[in-house]
Design a protein. Sequence first.
Length: 131
Amino acid sequence: MKLCIAIAVAIAILLLPNFYQGYSDTTLEIKIIDSSCALIKNVGKSNAINVSWEMWVDCSILFIAPPKQNGSIALLKPNEEKLICYEKSSFIFGFGLLKLKAMAKADNAKIVEDEKIIGILIGSFAIIFKV
C-alpha cells in the first residue's frame, strides 16, 4: 500500500509542474497599432497553444455595426508575434468616438484585451485619426 502511495506521489510530482508551468509561463500581449490592425505577441516562456482572437468596432451610440471578426493561430512560440487586421467591409451608422477593440486568449494563457480610439463617427461618416 505504501508503495502505491509513493508511486502516485512521484507521478503527481512529475506531471503537476508541467501542467502548471504551461499555464503560468505563457503570457500573451495584444496591442492595437493603427486604425485597423493589432499585434499579438507571446511574451511568456512557453508556446501559446490554440490562440484565438476577436476584433470589433464600438461607438457610444451605434445603430448598425460591422460584425466581430475572429481567427485563430495554432501555435505562437515565445517572443513570436502575429499581425491581425480588421477588414473594414460593411456599413456602419452611429454617433460618437469610434473605438477598435481587440481580444486574444490561448488554451494555456489568460485573456488579454486592448482598445483604442480610432476616430469619430457622425452618422455614416467616419473621420479616422492617424493612430
